[in-house]
Design a protein around this ligand. Sequence first.
Ligand code: HEM
Length: 155
Amino acid sequence: MTGHALLVSVLVLATSVWVGGYVAIVVVARTATATLEPAARVRFFKTLGRRYLWVGAPALLVALATGALLLRGHRWDGLLIATVVAAVALLGLLAVAVGQARRMTALRRRAVTDPANTGLTQQVSRAARGAAALRGLLGLLTLTLVILGAFLSTG
Ligand code: HEM
């Protein structure tokens, strides 16, 4: 019983860090866009993204691991299979999103040093839309996992 309560506590805390971090970054991103010059913004996100990776990714791994431990006795029904698929997709998508974000930083840095290059500016806009879609999908998958987890916890 104590072990179960401990696992639930860790799951709640780790999920809070992952979801809270995601929501906070959205607010920070809007604030940075409104207040920082392009060159400063690129430097800011490079540092924030790399630092946050070491907070968000471990929190997500801990949340998934504690969730898996809590569900280890659960039968392999459609709900559990859908949850595992969503969890694996979320981890894969995070890796893809981080790679995309790194390429975005490099692209934005080039655009900042060459503002007259309209081709580059268009490339940045296109890539930024792709990055935003990936981040949106990351949020949607997170929400899906929380809902699936809640249904699984009821038995
Ligand atoms: C929650 C998980 C997230 C993680 C682990 C993460 C991590 C990262 C990493 C590693 C970078 C690359 C830094 C570099 O090496 O250049 C980055 C860049 C960036 N991130 Fe995130 N991020 C997350 C979510 C978000 C969200 C929700 C937003 C905004 C809605 C966001 C906005 C950005 C922006 C604007 C950049 C700079 C690259 C670009 O201009 O697209 N991130 N992030």
